[in-house]
Design a protein around this ligand. Structure first.
Ligand code: NAD
Ligand code: TYD
Length: 350
């Protein structure tokens, strides 16, 4: 079959990537979608079980640190676009192992940029789209928002590595004319998120009657966005966003960690028919994260005005759907929390 476009999505077996792949396959049946993923602890092909046999979907088990393998892939497929999500993504892991983050997030991104530059004979109608985070802007005080023009001020090894990769992507745009786009999104939540991140970790711990660790006083604020809304924004930017531009994506949905965990406890009590307040008893304040950013909040007016993006789901509804997904997919959770997860958990939380 002649495909309208051949798209490379990196990190497609991860949390956000699997939602993006599913969305693209449904929305664009005339595209060939190639998923490049190393399958680290965070990558899981079970996330894509329902679509793995589609004729216009291919999986390639490749590490972006291996430039030769990426080059071979570009000789196998004539890509029109790249949506780059592959990354080490967890702040706590970056604090204990920063080198891995520099390798994948910085050098891996550089490898992809080099291969695109070398193989795309003409840049016309091509697009290298880098998926990034609002954490590159640093930390806000009690007021204000991150705008696209906010100066970079990354403060964790994770955000520093993502900031470096953003800079490289922009530099390839300016220096070589590579057609690039970047988006910086706030915290995502939804199905298939690895339970090292706050929301699935709390759901998993309540199910297992384990303490719910709250860093510091629980006063840090995050702006939460449903992962499907992020996938919608990525689709809009990839197809309609302007080359060379940056778009901030957020949920207009700020919560302190403690308020969020209390809400999750109440939803879980309701779903598990626990007495009211039962799950809240598990809340345990623990040592704060080193360099813990106080507050993230996004001004998403540019993507709203230019591309018509607004989040579709109310947080309480999205969180309830998310709880239901984890309760209905206990096998998924059991699979990913066996083995290496136990070591990580004990090392990090003891
Ligand atoms: P994730 O950790 O769930 O998934 C990352 C994926 O990348 C996994 O499938 C993993 O196997 C793959 N990967 C890791 N190293 C690789 C390598 N060297 N080569 C090839 N594949 C590799 O992450 P996520 O939460 O889905 O985040 C995806 C992207 O979105 C990341 O770039 C992250 O920085 C960005 N982002 C995430 C959030 C969030 O809230 N989760 C918010 C904004 C931006
Ligand atoms: P996380 O999901 O790791 O996302 P990020 O650090 O990228 O924002 O954490 C969200 C918030 O929850 C953050 O302020 C740290 C806090 N947190 C806890 O209080 N306890 C935990 O066990 C975890 C994992 C996070």
């Amino acid at each position: 079959m002649d495909y309208n476009q051949v798209i490379l999505i990196t990190g497609g077996a991860g949390f956000i990537g699997s939602h993006v792949i599913r969305k693209m396959l449904i929305q664009y049946p005339d595209y060939l979608i190639v998923n490049l993923d190393k399958l680290t602890y965070a990558g899981n092909l079970n996330n894509l079980k329902d679509i793995e046999n589609k004729p216009n979907y291919k999986f390639e088990n490749i590490d972006i640190n291996n430039e030769k393998d990426i080059q071979d892939l570009f000789e196998k497929y004539l890509f029109d676009g790249v949506i780059h999500l592959a990354a080490e993504s967890h702040v706590d892991r970056s604090i204990s192992n920063p080198g891995e983050f520099v390798k994948t997030n910085v050098v891996g991104t550089l490898n992809l940029l080099n291969v695109c530059r070398k193989n795309w004979v003409s840049f016309e109608d091509k697009c290298f789209y880098h998926i990034s985070t609002d954490e590159v802007y640093g930390s806000l005080g009690e007021t204000g928002f991150f705008h696209e023009t906010t100066s970079y001020d990354p403060r964790s090894p994770y955000s520093a590595s993502k900031a470096s990769s953003d800079h490289l992507v922009r530099a390839y745009g300016h220096t070589y004319g590579l057609p690039i786009k970047i988006s910086n999104c706030s915290n995502n939540y939804g199905s298939h998120q690895f339970p090292e991140k706050l929301i699935p970790l709390i759901i998993n711990n309540i199910q297992n009657n384990k303490p719910l660790p709250i860093y510091g006083k629980g006063e840090n604020v995050r702006d939460w966005l449903w992962v499907e809304d992020h996938a919608n924004a990525i689709d809009l930017i990839f197809h309609k966003g302007r080359i060379g531009e940056t778009y901030n994506i957020g949920g207009h949905n700020e919560w302190t960690n403690i308020d969020l965990v209390n809400l999750l406890c109440d939803i879980m009590d309701n779903r598990l028919s626990n007495p009211n307040g039962e799950s809240r008893k598990l809340i345990t304040y623990v040592k704060d994260r080193a360099g813990h950013d106080l507050r993230y909040a996004i001004d998403a007016s540019k993507i709203q005005k230019e591309l018509g993006f607004t989040p579709s789901l109310k947080f309480e509804e999205g969180l309830t759907n998310t709880v239901d997904w984890y309760l209905n997919n206990k096998k998924w959770l059991d699979n990913v929390t066996s083995g290496a997860y136990q070591n990580y958990y004990h090392q990090h939380y003891n």
